[in-house]
Design a protein around this ligand. Sequence first.
Ligand SMILES: N=CN[C@@H](CCC(=O)O)C(=O)O
Ligand SMILES: [Zn+2]
Length: 390
Amino acid sequence: MSELITEIGELMTQDAEHSVLRNAAVVVDQGRIAWIGSSSRPPAADTVTRLDGRAVLPGWVDSHSHLIFAGDRTREFEARMAGESYTAGGIAVTTNATRQIGDSELGRLARARVAEAVSQGTTYLETKTGYGLTVRDEERSASIAHDEVDESTFLGAHLVPDGLDSDEYVDLVCGEMLDAVLPFVRWADVFCERGAFSVDQSRRVLTAARDAGLGLRVHGNQLGHGGGIRLAVELGASSVDHCNYVSAEDLEALSGSWAGRQGTVATVLPACDLSTKAPLAPARRLLDAGVEVAIATNCNPGTSYTSSMAYCVATAVLQMGLSVDEAVRAATRNGALALGREAGLDAVGSIVVGHRADLHALDAPSATHLAYRPGVPLTHGVWRRGVRVV
Ligand SMILES: N=CN[C@@H](CCC(=O)O)C(=O)O
Ligand SMILES: [Zn+2]
């Protein structure tokens, strides 16, 4: 069944030319974009949806989340708002809660979080393990992530569990744990930070994962200056995420990674920055240096308990100095780039003939309203693989 979606006031395609079409129409067929053009000369289709001048953009691509968890950390958040600083130690609280619930309940929680994101226009998600931290618990988190989410990432190297020697734990992560999760994941990630894993330990984890055929991602430079960003570039990671503390050397490494080839995407997490009272990641400086920047929610119960990509985009425009086009691109096409899904048969994140028909219609005439009316639920319709789900 084909569907003509017409009377689109503003179609922000996020294609290679950043094309924005007025009075546009799109035909979706068999889960893909089949045609894009003017609403005055649309081809025939099985069904017609009229959007009365509303704006349409690609569905959000949320390339960084931690949805496989149980429990709640309201008290920790309250303490932070009262002046305490964020430390990675809170991960253990969530890990304890997660280990205590059954597989089906953990799956149900993840499914509900995906549904919450989709209801706000997110059509493609990555999520991570990392609240299991034993072979069995990481394996079941990976299996749930694989079943419930588009892209799954092994984050056994999230925190050294209490009572374990960190190097022995790294051996476990690189060996038995990696083997156990391998059937369920496409990526490996590591929290490379003081208080979590050193650069050398992170390099060991990432190298083992790469040797096992996984793509690489890094949590880097969130809590202070360090070697996470440069390690990500050294190992050809697809993305380095957080990037709150970016030195001149880090910036040079990141921008150098884009000199004439596919480099390491810098993924900024504005909601996390606000919730942890961290300095906002220097997205403007990164863009000006030629680095490809993505925006993601980092949805997790500790540092960023939101699934709202619109909130992140509004923050990027209002507080990080990005234009609306830059912020929307970072949250759609560049999220796809960070996941290696920006081109080819599985392409998402842009409205291009042949790409997956993941669309987000706003109850507004332009994408600018995302920042102009922050906090207003503007999602009018969502199509995922060509099927209207909202
Ligand atoms: N920084 C590491 N991991 C998560 C937070 C995990 C937690 O505190 O539960 C993040 O990306 O912010
Ligand atoms: Zn994270």
